[in-house]
Write a protein that binds this ligand. Structure first.
Ligand code: AHR
Length: 495
């Protein structure tokens, strides 16, 4: 066995920005079986449910303490008319889902059902308003319907539909991917639309809306610069939401060679450059740093799975995806001073999901396990941490590339220190020295997600093939991190 020499140094004396729990947010779209079958089965289903919502999925998601859930899209949001999804279910119109396979949407799952999911999970709702095929009036009325507690026709309608108390929805997205499925706007045209829509999204007494504009596709500087130049001084913009999908490498989620293992991991780490450069662009137009940077869609996107409807974006999730999640969350933790929300795409049965369902069966993906392992970072304060090991070299065709040999982040919540570490090497353990400035660790545990098989994943036949182990850990100044692993060390810091 060859060991790679590595070094981790952490300084708990200098806690920095709070890692907002919202960086661990989720996204559920009307797409394939995310809502239909994944979250919503209907009250008459033989699958155990709570008012039509699957209890097994809710119970599993609750363990992650999901802070925020984005809905109804995605591309679907810009063709969704909220009034289709309220009132008696038997009267709700059936609509064609334009973007995702033209399947029929029954609208059985609408605003009230979504709010019910959020309340059960303890998550803040984040609604995506329709700019593409909607109107400022439609959006303004949705806000009033959700948030007004007084005597108005819309508030009475909400009460008649079962919810006298306002929903108190704070997060409002003004369109989705305005540069693409949201209307193919130029940045200038979207800036004009943004102002027109955002002007009418008001505080209806009690809940001040947090307004989110569509940011770039990946690290598109042009979109960001031109949008803000045209927008000029306009105070009703609180968050700017980019999307970054790191894509895939190799034929499928579970078929790839070693180079493709590294290729995808390296692409996921480009999130760092993207954040650094986009936040620098924001600093130019917003020197007081009032605008929050958001990634309301991120994750791996593999090729369509044979035998599945390609428009439904169902994909497996292997150990490699677990490392993609861990590398990305570590980057988010390190940029906690600028990021206000991030939502992985998507919660159930779509893209890099937490959960896969099949009829009444359910399995937890490696990505779920990473979110669970990283849970204690939520609400902690990011602390300076360096992770060093020789870079891994790999090839993509004739091109030589490199990936840093060790990754991670650290946070402090009260006296609870969480250190997350990713060793991406496919075969070498990392023998790391651990230097902790500012305290001694005690009562520590260690959780590890790894496998000898890089392609390890859970199936409905073997749903627990890949899961983390957690044991007590005797604090020491060295630790060997297994190859292809995600590790979280948690412990109390004392003097
Ligand atoms: O998450 C799937 C789709 O990816 C979303 O609907 C869209 O916003 C993005 O292109």
């Amino acid at each position: 066995m060859t060991l790679a020499a590595a070094r981790i140094s952490i300084n708990v004396n200098e806690p920095q920005a709070v890692i907002r729990p919202e960086l661990y947010g989720h996204f559920a779209e009307h797409l394939g079986n995310c809502i239909d079958g994944g979250i919503w089965v209907g009250e008459d289903s033989p699958i155990p449910n709570f008012g039509g919502i699957r209890t097994d999925v809710l119970d599993a998601l609750r363990q992650l303490h999901p802070p925020v859930l984005r809905w109804p899209g995605g591309c679907y949001a810009d063709d969704y008319h909220w009034e289709d999804g309220i009132g008696p279910r038997a009267n709700r119109p059936r609509r064609v889902n334009l973007w995702w396979g033209q399947t029929i949407e029954t609208n059985a799952f609408g605003t009230h059902e979504f709010i019910q999911v959020c309340r059960t999970l303890g998550a803040e709702p984040y609604l995506g308003a329709n700019v593409g095929t909607g109107s400022p009036r439609e959006v303004r009325e949705w806000v009033e319907y959700c948030n007004y507690g007084g005597d108005s026709a819309l508030a009475k309608r909400r009460a008649a539909n079962g919810s006298p108390m306002p929903f108190g929805v704070r997060y409002w997205g003004i369109g989705n991917e305005a540069w693409g499925c949201g209307g193919n706007f130029s940045p200038e045209d979207y800036a004009v639309e943004y102002k027109r829509f955002a002007t009418f999204v008001k505080d209806f007494g009690g809940t001040r809306p947090y307004l989110i504009a569509c940011g770039p596709d990946g690290n598109d500087h042009n979109w960001t610069s031109r949008f803000f130049e045209k927008l000029g001084r306009f105070p009703h913009l609180h968050g700017f939401a980019a999307h970054y999908y790191c894509g895939t490498a190799g034929p499928s989620a579970t078929e790839f060679d070693v180079n493709q293992w590294y290729e995808l991991l390296e692409k996921s780490t480009r999130m760092e450059k993207l954040i650094t450069e986009q936040r620098a662009l924001l600093d130019r137009v917003d020197p007081d740093r009032k605008i929050g940077l958001i990634f309301d869609e991120w994750g791996a996107w593999h090729y369509p799975t044979p035998g599945r409807n390609p428009a439904h974006l169902w994909q497996q999730s292997s150990l490699r995806d677990g490392l993609v999640a861990a590398l990305t969350l570590d980057i988010f933790n390190r940029h906690a001073d600028k990021l206000v929300m991030c939502n992985i795409a998507q919660t159930v049965n779509v893209l890099q999901s937490m959960i896969l369902t099949q009829g009444d069966k359910m399995l937890l993906t490696p990505t779920y396990h990473v979110f669970e392992m990283y849970r204690s970072h939520q609400g902690g304060r990011s602390v300076p941490a360096a992770f060093e090991a020789p870079a891994v070299k790999f090839a993509v065709g004739d091109e030589k590339r490199e990936l840093a040999g060790l990754h991670g982040s650290a946070s402090l919540k009260s006296d609870l220190l969480t250190i997350s570490v990713v060793n991406p090497h496919s075969t070498f353990p990392a023998d790391a020295s651990i230097e902790l400035a500012g305290g001694m660790l005690r009562e520590a545990t260690i959780s590890v997600l790894t496998s000898d098989d890089l392609r390890a994943h859970n199936t409905f036949e073997s749903p627990e093939a890949l899961r983390p182990t957690t044991t007590a850990w005797e604090p020491r100044d060295r630790h060997v991190f297994p190859p292809a692993s995600v590790t979280v060390i948690r412990g109390r810091v004392g003097g």
